[in-house]
Unconditional design. Structure first.
Length: 78
C-alpha cells in the first residue's frame, strides 16, 4: 500500500464523515483524526517490532519516552 493510497483512504473517510453530518458543523476534527489514526498505527508498529519499544520508537521517529506515553494514553500498556 502506497502513501498515496493511504491518503486517498483518509480523504474518502473524511468525505463520508462530512456526508454523515448532514450539514452539521464538525467539532474537534483534528484531535479526533489523531486519535483514530494513532492507535492503530501504534498497535501495528508494536506488533511488527515484537513489542520492542526502542525499535518501535526508532521506526516511528519518536523518543522512546514519547512512545511509552502514547502507548499508555491509548491503553496499549499499563
Amino acid at each position: 500500500m502506497s502513501k498515496k493510497h493511504i491518503e486517498e483512504c483518509v480523504r474518502t473517510s473524511l468525505e463520508g464523515y462530512f456526508k454523515d453530518l448532514h450539514g452539521t458543523d464538525p467539532d474537534g476534527m483534528y484531535d479526533m483524526m489523531v486519535r483514530v489514526v494513532e492507535k492503530p498505527l501504534l498497535e501495528v508498529v508494536m506488533h511488527h517490532a515484537e513489542q520492542n519499544q526502542s525499535r518501535a520508537a526508532e521506526w516511528l521517529g519518536l523518543n522512546r519516552n514519547t512512545l511509552r506515553k502514547k502507548l499508555v494514553e491509548h491503553k496499549l500498556i499499563k
